[in-house]
Structures are given as structure tokens and as C-alpha cells.
Design a protein around this ligand. Structure first.
Ligand code: NAI
Ligand code: PYR
Length: 374
């Protein structure tokens, strides 16, 4: 199969869909790997590394998209990429369709086989291709909060860990999944006063076992969120319903109750965001202020650490890329975890969360898989 790795064109995105080490494995398996010139430079995977791995460096992006049967990316296709996506082609990337109606319609209408990293799901419910970036975003979230709490960076001028005689910053983490638990790790390490909430008590139990009294856990409900949020200096939003638009937990009712100078870090912005007033931002201009609140809503936080993130991503995606390269429909019929990544194929949408978000017709996943030809 011909596998194409284009340059990421989203603002401030320096990750790449495949490392040169990954390219070497695909070439060894008999595939052709096309890499757009300079695609990996931001992740320190250079053209000469890909060439040494047996990949072909392509300077014409149109040629790459035309020739490739399988496009492997990091972020959702945007702008000219949506015009290039075509029937008979498979795209494997983060898609987050439920956050964007126009993107959803364009991807479905392209006729391409669109498989989202973030909904590939193992039998135990875990999300193996979202996990590595969630680990990174979770660890970055308190770091970003700490930075933008400082006066020179637009904040009220508070120190996460406090000092003797001055209490630490009260930090509320909504969601105790991968992002939430990694955010907790760093926030606790910084000395913040951390409360974490989830609807899943098992997750809270496991954090309680790990941190004991260094962290407070609280079951998530609108009343409990109000109680905790009004006392918090930092709120980190990390909730997820896989494939669906993020539920809003900081609502119009809760917003006026928040402290003046509160910092809202909406990690879940890529699925729509969990705070009222959240809108996507980019690394070059990551925050905005509204009525005494500071929002940080970067949808590609791991893009800030492209070297670490690209390696972490390829480590997890490569086994799936190898399967897809043997024939995407055959691979999805054989592997339910991969099939759950399918969002659309042959002009049919199969992701229930997206159909519900935008009132779009939904096709049956198994029927689409059965009809698919490689
Ligand atoms: N902005 C960025 O750069 C990045 C964003 N993300 C996003 O972060 C979000 C979280 O991802 P993960 O932690 O991997 O998901 P996860 O599935 O591991 O965790 C989500 C948690 O939210 C909980 N939850 C659901 N509804 C809730 C509610 N009403 N109240 C409290 N908790 C609730 C679930 O029980 C689960 O524990 C996703 O939207 C993901 O796409 C992930 C990586 C990078
Ligand atoms: C998960 C995701 O969308 C990202 O890492 O950018």
C-alpha cells in the first residue's frame, strides 16, 4: 500500500503522523511511504532520516495526496486538505468530528474511509490512541495554568504551590480519566490544593489509593461542581463521552459564581469544550479574558512538545497502521477496537455521537463494514 505523511498545516502544529523509525518498519513490510518534504522537522525527524529509512520524500503535496491510499496524520484535515480527501482513500488521524459540523459534513461527503484515533477503543473501554496525547495534555495543563496565573502573563499573580504562610492555589479537575489523572499528578507535584471529580467512582478510588490525603475526590454532579467550582482558583476540564460532544459542566448558572481571576483550562475543547464561554485557541495566542476569567483552550496542546509527542503517538499508532496497510476494511472486520475508530466511509456516517450532535443520518457500522471493499 502507498502511505502518505503530509506536513501538518494546523496553526502551531509541529507533530508529524509517523516517525522515521515507524517509516522503516512499514517499508520493511513492503509498503511505500511518501513523506512530504519537511513534514517531520518540528519533531526532529528529518528528510534524510526518512530517506535512510527507505521512504520517498515528495515536495508536491498534491502529488502525495493523489498517490496515497492511506493518509496518516495528527490533526483533522483542514482547508485544502478537505478538497484533497477522496473516495477510495483512507485517512487515519485525530478527527474530533463532534466538535465541528462543517468538518463532519465535509469528511462524510468526501467518500473517504475516515478513522479517528480518538475513538479506537479496546474491550475494557480504554482509548489506546487518545491515551498518549491525553497523558501529555494532562501533564501540561497545570503547567499552563501556573504560567498564566503569573502577573506578567496576564494572571492575577498567584503561585500554584503557595509558600509557608500563604495557601496553595485551589485546583479543581473535572474528569479523572487519562488527562485528569495526569493533571492531578503534576498539580500535586507542584504543591497545589487539588480536588478531582468524576462520575466514575472506580477512577476516584484509584486516585485515592495513589495519593491518599494529598488529593480530595468528589463525585461529579451539578450541585457538587457548583460547591467546588466557586472555591477554585484553577479549573481544568477533562471530561469525555467518546465520540460525542463534550457535556458542559461549568454552565451559565455556575459561571457567575466563580472567583474573580479564575483560570479555566479547557483540555476537552477538541470535543467541544466543557465550560460555557470556551472557544478554541492556538499556542501563539492561547488565552483570552472574559469578565475576570481567563480561558486557555488550546485544542492541540501536545503540539507544544512535538518531539516527545510524535514518538509517543507513533509508538501506539504503528501497530494499527500496519493492519490498515494490509486493507482497511479487512482490518476493521477482524479487529473491533479498530472498527470503533471508523467515523465515515463511502459517504455514510457511522459515529452515533456525531449524528446526534448535528442531527445527521446515521448508518449501521456493521453494515458499512460488511459492504466495504479493499
Ligand atoms: N486539548 C488537547 O490538546 C487534548 C485534548 N484531549 C481531550 O481531553 C479529553 C479527555 O480525554 P481523556 O482523559 O483521554 O478521556 P478519558 O475517557 O480517559 O476520561 C474522561 C473522563 O471524563 C469522565 N466524565 C464523563 N462525564 C463526566 C461528568 N459529567 N463529570 C465528571 N466526569 C465525567 C469519564 O468518567 C472519564 O473518567 C478528551 O476530549 C480528549 O480528546 C486529549 C489530548 C489532548
Ligand atoms: C488528542 C488531540 O487532538 C491532540 O493531541 O491534538
Amino acid at each position: 500500500m502507498i502511505i502518505g505523511i503530509p506536513v501538518e498545516i494546523k496553526d502551531d502544529e509541529a507533530r508529524v503522523g509517523l516517525t522515521h523509525a515507524g517509516a522503516a518498519e512499514l517499508v520493511a513490510a513492503g509498503h511505500t511511504v511518501l513523506v512530504e518534504e519537511g513534514a517531520g522537522a518540528g519533531a526532529r525527524c528529518f528528510d534524510e532520516d526518512y530517506a535512510a529509512a527507505g521512504a520517498e520524500i515528495v515536495s508536491d503535496v498534491e502529488e502525495l495526496w493523489e498517490r496515497a491510499d492511506l493518509i496518516v496524520k495528527v490533526k483533522e484535515p483542514i482547508g485544502p486538505e478537505l478538497d484533497r480527501l477522496r473516495e477510495g482513500q483512507t485517512i487515519f488521524t485525530y478527527l474530533h468530528l463532534a466538535a465541528d459540523e462543517e468538518l463532519s459534513r465535509r469528511v462524510v461527503d468526501s467518500g473517504a474511509t475516515a478513522i479517528a484515533y480518538e475513538t479506537v477503543q479496546l474491550e475494557d473501554g480504554s482509548l489506546p490512541l487518545l491515551m498518549p496525547m491525553s497523558e501529555i495534555a494532562g501533564r501540561l495543563a497545570p503547567q499552563e495554568a501556573a504560567h498564566y496565573l503569573m502577573k506578567p502573563f496576564g494572571g492575577p499573580g498567584r503561585l500554584m504551590g503557595g509558600v509557608p504562610g500563604v495557601p496553595p492555589v485551589r485546583t479543581l479537575i473535572l474528569g479523572a480519566g487519562t488527562v485528569g489523572s495526569h493533571a492531578a499528578k503534576v498539580a500535586v507535584g507542584m504543591g497545589a490544593d487539588v480536588t478531582i471529580m468524576d462520575i466514575n467512582t472506580q477512577r476516584l478510588r484509584s486516585l485515592d489509593r495513589e495519593y491518599g490525603t494529598r488529593i480530595r475526590t468528589h463525585t461529579s454532579s451539578p450541585a457538587h461542581i457548583l460547591e467546588e467550582a466557586r472555591e477554585s482558583d484553577v479549573i481544568i476540564g477533562t471530561v469525555l463521552i467518546p465520540g460525542a460532544r463534550t457535556p458542559q459542566l461549568i454552565t451559565h448558572d455556575i459561571l457567575p459564581e466563580l472567583k474573580d481571576g479564575v483560570m479555566l483550562v479547557d483540555v476537552a475543547i477538541d470535543q467541544g469544550g466543557c465550560f460555557v464561554g470556551s472557544r478554541p485557541t492556538y499556542h501563539h495566542d492561547p488565552i483570552y479574558h472574559t469578565e475576570g476569567r481567563t480561558y486557555y483552550c488550546v485544542g492541540n496542546m501536545p503540539g507544544a512538545v512535538p518531539v516527545s509527542a510524535t514518538t509517543a503517538l507513533t509508538d501506539q499508532t504503528l501497530p494499527y497502521i500496519k493492519l490498515l496497510a494490509e486493507g482497511p476494511f479487512e482490518a476493521m472486520r477482524a479487529r473491533r477496537d479498530l472498527a470503533l475508530g471508523l467515523q465515515a466511509a463511502n459517504g455514510l456516517l457511522v459515529e452515533p455521537g456525531v449524528a446526534e450532535a448535528f442531527n445527521l443520518p446515521l448508518a449501521d457500522l456493521d453494515e458499512v463494514l460488511a459492504a466495504g471493499r479493499d
